[in-house]
Ligand binder design. Structure first.
Ligand code: HEM
Length: 363
């Protein structure tokens, strides 16, 4: 594992080829990326399914997604044509490849990758699910709209949504809901995690489908709160613990959640380090002018949220934490299963689980 002396400054200044960074893949794609990037920041549609055309965009896609397919019109200059377009696995692989290529290209952000914030976007889009009412979940991509985009828990996720806009512009037939979850799947794979089988079928919904505030976990709370939130989605203790292992990735940002710092020394590589450090390190309350959080005794540079500490305070949770800390394969396998479940909560698929796609990770 990475040398424990790595600091954020080091991570930032480390050449992209360093093992601290996600492997920066060779630019296998010779696409004129700047062209679509320039026109990408076009704001969010004010209504579900709306895709605005502009003079600068020759292509306007109106996605009428349904089940495995989408019907869309291609409007190009003076020739107006329309055709049935039913995306295949290969089309979704192209979307995957585009996200992966952007991840490899856009390394001048945070610790060198947008991957962690994409994982957080997919999780916050999905984690609003309520099994009793069937509301929330990734179907709808309602975080495009206020009030959901303004919920405190979603602070900072505009960065992730904006990162995906050029991908949406290039593949207008994909719904935002499918795109965000596919990006969450792609990010885990590209950061060295398990392959995450994924299937399409989500439809974007309008502002009326926004979920109420308070459905996502509050990091300042304890195990009872964590259980209440995840039981509402339909997860059991083992699944909840596997999911929190995603905190191997990324960091907390004072201007987003108020908390500060990474959970481990390799925040752009998917590992079981979150669990290992949780059990092997001594965590003490950080003395600072900010919300209560914990720091490792050895270096004082890492971070645990109060809600993270709940996973070793609670015996039933701790049992799984210890197992994942010692057995990386078990964590990777269980994470894959539970993350697939998370990204599919509340989605009215017409396809079967065995029809999920397994995307090829970049080389
Ligand atoms: C008890 C449950 C959880 C709590 C309280 C929690 C809380 C937080 C907080 C406060 C942040 C920092 C946000 C920021 O300041 O940028 C964060 C980041 C993150 N969370 Fe969670 N989270 C939980 C569960 C999860 C789950 C289930 C996943 C994914 C499966 C996840 C993935 C992430 C990732 C990848 C980041 C880093 C984002 C970045 O680097 O920008 N979290 N989480």
């Amino acid at each position: 594992m990475a040398a424990r002396t790595a600091s954020r400054a080091f991570l930032r200044s480390t050449p992209a080829t360093s093992s601290f960074r996600p492997a920066v893949r060779s630019t296998r794609f010779a696409l004129p990326t700047q062209a679509f990037r320039a026109s990408a920041r076009r704001g969010y549609a004010s209504e579900a399914g709306e895709a605005k055309s502009s003079n600068t965009l020759l292509w306007a896609g109106v996605a009428l997604a349904g089940g495995a397919g989408a019907y869309f019109y291609l409007q190009g200059g003076d020739s107006v044509s329309s055709k049935n377009f039913v995306p295949t696995k290969e089309d979704y692989q192209k979307v995957y490849d585009e996200i992966a290529r952007r991840l490899a290209d856009e390394t001048d952000y945070d610790d060198g990758s947008y991957g962690p914030v994409l994982v957080r976007l997919a999780w916050h889009a999905s984690g609003t699910y309520d099994k009793e009412t069937g509301t929330g979940g990734s179907n709808g991509a309602t975080m495009r709209f206020a009030p959901e985009s303004d919920h405190g828990a979603n602070a900072g996720l505009k960065v992730a949504r904006d990162f995906l806009e050029p991908v949406k512009a290039k593949f207008p037939w994909i719904s935002y809901s499918d795109l965000w979850t596919l990006a969450g799947s792609c990010a885990v794979q590209e950061l060295g995690g398990p392959t995450i089988p994924w299937r399409p079928g989500r439809e974007d919904r309008d502002v009326a489908a926004c979920t109420p505030d308070g459905r996502l976990p509050d990091a300042s709370k304890d195990h009872q709160h964590v259980r209440d939130i995840f039981y509402r989605m339909g997860f059991n203790d083992q699944e909840i613990v596997a999911l929190i292992g995603a905190h191997a990735l990324g960091r907390a940002h004072p201007d987003r959640s108020g908390f500060d710092g990474p959970w481990n020394f390799s925040p752009t590589v998917f590992t079981n380090e979150f669990f290992r450090l949780l059990v092997d390190e001594k965590w003490q309350q950080r003395k600072w002018n900010g919300p209560t959080q914990f720091t490792d005794k050895t270096t004082g540079t890492l971070m645990m949220l109060p809600a993270d500490m709940a996973f070793i305070k609670d015996k039933a949770f701790k049992k799984h934490v210890e197992r994942y800390a010692r057995d990386s394969d078990a964590f990777f396998n269980d994470f894959r299963d539970v993350y697939v479940k998370l990204l599919e909560l509340g989605v009215p698929f017409t396809s079967k689980p065995e029809d999920r796609f397994v995307f090829k990770t970049s080389e």
